[in-house]
Design a protein around this ligand. Structure first.
Ligand SMILES: NC(=O)c1ccc[n+]([C@@H]2O[C@H](COP(=O)([O-])OP(=O)(O)OC[C@H]3O[C@@H](n4cnc5c(N)ncnc54)[C@H](O)[C@@H]3O)[C@@H](O)[C@H]2O)c1
Ligand SMILES: Nc1ncnc2c1ncn2[C@@H]1O[C@H](COP(=O)(O)OP(=O)(O)OP(=O)(O)O)[C@@H](O)[C@H]1O
Length: 520
């Protein structure tokens, strides 16, 4: 069924259910009124007349209830059809993932592409497979926490609260660390939230630092050479740089012979196993570059500001010695910047994923009209629910770190980078009522170019690697399990507020003068 067809079907169902609920409301009012009138007037009128009226009213009620039931049956059939389609899709995705060998929340193998457990597993496995070790039963806590006298007291006064189980890790990627949830007497409280300030303490001395630099900048080149010298001479740190930087250093002096690099780009995938710390010298683009190099876990990143804006670069390069000295000693406050993992699924490929590995983004994935002059038409789903159809220039699916980048320019909110969420921001929507959304971090989003689309769409990842999406192609994205830990200059909130004040001049306004009218 095309989106338009399903939409008009949906509208018909909504109208039907609105009619049904309106009917039910008027029914309950009418029948009540009829009964009251009957009771009052039967004293005055002949009882037989009123019995006739009353039975007529009951017939109307029965007829209307039948219509409500018919409406429900048709809505249920529609829902069953959607569920069937979803199940088909899910099975297809699972098969693909088993082939690919990703990992999932059910354990050993295969992270589901859409990052979800099956509906059956949610219903049947309960905690056993998905949530076994992580689920807690409220009644277990109640039993543990109660003394005998407590329980006697409770049972004598009132019935115990219904027992329940909370479990996690089933939806989304299934690999997130979740809040510690306490069930003290069945009341749910969270103790440690993922958005709390995180501190990193070294357990052994950091020894290898990767320095990444913005190209074509003399200032950066000079600073890089100075920093390498200082780290080697003063801190006995081994340095790794990109091949380009190694040749730049060697042009300056043969002293830099000790600096390591790689010859084959394939070696980059093993970098995270050797490197203790990454230092970036540039702007936000260099932090994005650093994040892009790590397709899995990322070592802590220390971003020095040598650009114009620097939302993610809180360290001023002039004081690099003090900063690095304190960071190498630790502890460091870090911001865990979540990333999104994106899969492009080609319609033509049917059962094949286009990419072996997901594309990870620190800022956002953008699906836009590219060079096409046609309106972009994108169908968007959140897990199993239809979200909307984007008609405009495109859509930005952004992390909270990316909320101050393109998403902000398109009218999205600025969100603290430690808030776990995914921003859904339209680009120039051709609709007055399309406001940006913020969705929870555990959802899987699917953006599909409809078969009847007039043009292609283009996906770009942190502003790079453009990929064309033809009609029937889709982009699926969910939160990646590997965040980018960036060192804070103070702490993540202070750094964030400083960056929006200094970078964007957020809410900068001259203070109102004292003179002028006053409250009497
Ligand atoms: N209209 C727009 O605002 C627009 C358009 C295209 C791309 N971008 C952004 O540019 C990013 C790529 O950055 P680049 O440096 O490689 O390209 P670039 O050199 O074109 O720089 C883009 C600008 O975005 C800023 N920026 C990047 N990440 C940011 C963040 N998280 N918060 C605040 N500002 C940020 C950079 O400081 C820079 O000023 C994309 O991820 C996208 O968010 C923005
Ligand atoms: N090591 C690198 N190798 C190749 N390209 C890089 C590297 N580091 C950064 N870049 C690219 O250089 C561009 C500019 O980088 P960056 O944003 O850091 O500097 P800037 O534009 O001067 O800073 P700002 O964004 O604050 O104005 C970006 O597109 C980024 O992808």
């Amino acid at each position: 069924m095309s989106h338009q067809e399903s939409d008009s079907q949906g509208t018909r169902n909504t109208t039907r259910s609105q009619q049904a609920s309106g009917l039910t409301k008027s029914l309950s009012f009418d029948s009540e009124k009829v009964v009251q009138e009957y009771l009052q007037q039967s004293v005055v009128k002949g009882v037989d007349d009123h019995l006739v009226e009353f039975s007529e009213a009951l017939r109307t009620v029965a007829k209307a209830l039948r219509r409500v039931a018919e409406g429900k049956a048709s809505a249920q059939a529609e829902a069953a059809e959607w569920k069937r389609k979803y199940e088909l899709e899910r099975t297809r995705n699972l098969q693909q993932d088993q082939k690919k060998g990703h990992y999932d929340c059910k354990g050993k193998k295969a992270e589901n592409l859409t990052g979800q457990c099956s509906l059956e597993s949610l219903a049947n496995d309960k905690s056993e497979k998905c949530c076994g070790r992580d689920g807690i039963c409220s009644h277990e806590v109640l039993r543990d926490g109660e003394t005998d006298s407590d329980s006697n007291l409770v049972s004598s006064r009132m019935r115990r609260k219904a027992s329940f189980r909370l479990s996690w890790g089933c939806n989304g990627s299934g690999q997130h660390k979740h809040d510690i949830v306490s069930f003290e007497r069945g009341n749910i409280t969270t103790a440690v939230r993922s958005s709390k300030q995180i501190s990193l303490r070294w357990e052994s001395q950091p020894q290898i630092v990767l320095i990444l630099t913005k190209p074509n900048s003399t200032t950066v080149q000079i600073l890089c050479a100075e920093m390498v010298r200082w780290l080697k001479d003063q801190k006995k740190i081994n340095i790794i740089v990109e091949p380009r930087v190694k040749s730049e250093l060697l042009t300056e002096s043969s002293y830099f012979n000790f600096v390591q690099t790689w010859e084959d780009d394939k070696e980059i995938q093993f970098l995270h196993t050797k490197i203790d710390l990454v230092v970036t010298l540039g702007g936000d683009g260099t932090v994005l570059w650093a994040a892009r190099m790590f397709k899995g876990p990322v070592p802590p990143v220390v971003p020095f500001s040598l650009g114009s804006l620097g939302f993610m670069t809180p360290f001023h390069s002039e004081n690099y010695r003090e900063y690095l000295d304190s960071i190498l000693r630790g502890p460091i406050s870090i911001t865990l910047r979540h990333r999104l993992q994106c899969f492009v699924i080609r319609d033509g490929a049917k059962d094949e994923l286009e990419t072996e590995e997901p594309i990870l983004v620190l800022n956002e994935v953008t699906i836009d009209r590219g060079i096409s002059s046609y309106l972009t038409n994108l169908e968007c789903y959140c897990d199993t629910s239809f979200v909307t159809c984007v008609q405009g220039d495109g859509l930005i699916i952004s992390t909270t770190s990316g909320s101050t980048a393109y998403s902000l320019a398109a009218g999205g909110s600025m969100v603290h980078p430690q808030v776990p969420g995914i921003l859904f921001t339209p680009i120039c929507p051709h609709s007055l009522s399309f406001r940006p959304l913020i969705l929870p971090e555990y959802v899987t989003l699917r953006v599909q170019v409809p078969f009847n689309s007039r043009g292609h769409a283009w996906a770009s990842f942190d502003g790079k690697d453009r990929k064309q999406l033809a009609a029937g192609d889709a982009l699926v994205c969910s939160m990646a399990p590997w965040p980018v830990p960036t060192a804070c200059q103070v702490d993540s909130t202070t750094d964030f507020l400083r960056s929006i004040h200094e970078g964007l001049h957020w809410n900068l306004r001259k203070p109102q003068l004292l003179d002028g009218p006053r409250e009497p």
